[in-house]
Design a protein around this ligand. Structure first.
Ligand SMILES: Cc1cc2nc3c(=O)[nH]c(=O)nc-3n(C[C@H](O)[C@H](O)[C@H](O)COP(=O)(O)OP(=O)(O)OC[C@H]3O[C@@H](n4cnc5c(N)ncnc54)[C@H](O)[C@@H]3O)c2cc1C
Length: 377
């Protein structure tokens, strides 16, 4: 496909769609980014967004995540001063410790073995590396500190990417209702939207977050889905010294712009009541419980107050690994569906844009093709 004449529609303006669209437009393609509601109104607007490759996973996934973190470093160097990103993209490390009865010694040993920056800290050593944590809350054996990790405010980062997208001639279409790829004679020819618009295209990138399996099923294609309903709580601004992302047995805590903290956990996610798809109930006791758990791990046990929360599906493919690349049997259709989409947001956008425009498969994505599931329903 000639880059200067390529017409591409990207469906979904979460971090993956925005990043892909920005890379495509920068490369010279004619790009429409089409999204049913607003930019970052899905998972990207309610993400912990911890930039990491901590713990154990496949070699291919670990490599992709470390490259993903690398791209955020480049982004910070280029754009860190723009649109509040100075306080919205930070590399102040991640601290984690095990639940009672468990140990993270093996996890730390694994991280050392694969060259992932990992420091074992006794509770009383933590303050010298990272502030704001109550050492009494930490497991007696100690904690793992990963100094190279960080976090990003995805809506802020999407805003910076969209500025570049528009400057390169890209067109953003919000509030379109659902968009549907149109397939004729085995190839994609564009998309239609529930609002009645149509966009012709040589290629379509489906980046609809947890809705990718549904959107592919409409085309008779199967990608297994394990996306749970998740909850992210936002506190009112509070004075704390915390800088690292904390992953503790009962709560994850990260700083956010404006002195805010964001919190999530596995147990609070499970307490969300699902009346039906899109109709969720979050109990006051769950929100109060999360605030109490966060206060308990922070130095000085500050009083934390609820500002708001986001609830909705968190994209997770059925086998836990990313789904990225061309869809077998539908020429011109590409897909992006992944957990850890904050860590991978830039790199998957960059690689996908290049694959769409050159047709050259990127070897770093070889393990993640949608075809591994057998594709047709
Ligand atoms: C609570 C929580 C914690 C997380 N923690 C981390 C973490 O610590 N580290 C990490 O790396 N990742 C984390 N993630 C995952 C990461 O946030 C996601 O993988 C990433 O945001 C997904 O981005 P996306 O662009 O694929 O999807 P989304 O952000 O969901 O964007 C998809 C967009 O497409 C739109 N859309 C859907 N269907 C259609 C359609 N048919 N037509 C048009 N538009 C459509 C939606 O409205 C939405 O705006 C977390 C996610 C959650 C929810």
């Amino acid at each position: 496909m000639s880059t200067s004449t390529a017409r591409v529609v990207v469906v979904g303006a979460g971090i993956l769609g925005v990043s892909t669209a920005a890379h495509l437009a920068r490369a010279g393609a004619s790009v429409d980014l089409v999204t049913e509601a607003d930019v970052a109104s899905g998972a990207s607007g309610r993400s912990l967004s911890w930039l990491n490759s901590a713990g154990a996973r496949s070699d291919a996934y670990h490599l992709l995540r470390t490259v993903g973190i690398d791209r955020w470093h480049t982004f910070a160097a280029r754009h860190g001063h723009e649109q509040g990103l100075r306080d919205g993209l930070r590399f102040d490390g991640g601290l984690t410790w095990a639940a009672p009865g468990e140990s993270f010694r093996a996890r730390h040993a694994h991280e050392l073995a694969i060259g992932y920056d990992s420091v074992w800290l006794a509770p009383e050593e933590i303050a010298a590396w990272t502030p704001g944590v109550d050492p009494a809350a930490v497991a007696a054996e100690g904690a793992v500190f990963n100094p190279g990790e960080g976090w990003v405010d995805l809506p802020l980062a999407a805003g910076v990417l969209l500025e570049g997208f528009r400057a390169a001639g890209g067109r953003l279409q919000t509030g379109t209702g659902r968009a549907h790829p149109v397939v004729e004679g085995g190839r994609v020819t564009g998309v239609t939207t529930d609002s009645g618009a149509t966009f012709a295209a040589d290629a379509v990138v489906l980046a609809t977050g947890p809705w990718v399996p549904r959107d592919l099923a409409d085309l008779g294609l199967t990608v297994p889905d394990d996306s749970p309903v998740s909850l992210l709580l936002r506190t009112k601004p509070v004075e704390v010294a915390l800088r690292a992302v904390l992953n503790t047995p009962r709560v994850a805590v990260r700083p956010a712009p404006g002195g805010v903290l964001v919190l999530d956990s596995a147990w609070s996610e499970e307490e969300v009541v699902i009346h039906r798809e899109g109709d969720y109930e979050v109990k006051d006791s769950t929100l109060e419980g999360l605030l109490a758990e966060a206060s308990a791990v922070l130095a000085g046990h500050p009083e934390l107050a609820l500002d708001g929360y986001g609830v909705g599906r968190k994209p997770i493919p059925g086998d836990g690994e990313p789904v990225a690349g061309a869809v077998d049997g539908v020429e011109g259709l590409h897909v992006l569906f992944t957990h850890s989409g904050a860590t991978l947001g830039l790199v998957l956008g960059e690689f996908t844009a290049r694959e769409v425009l050159t047709g050259q498969p990127n070897p770093l994505l070889a393990a993640f093709r949608p075809g591994r599931f057998g594709a047709r329903a």
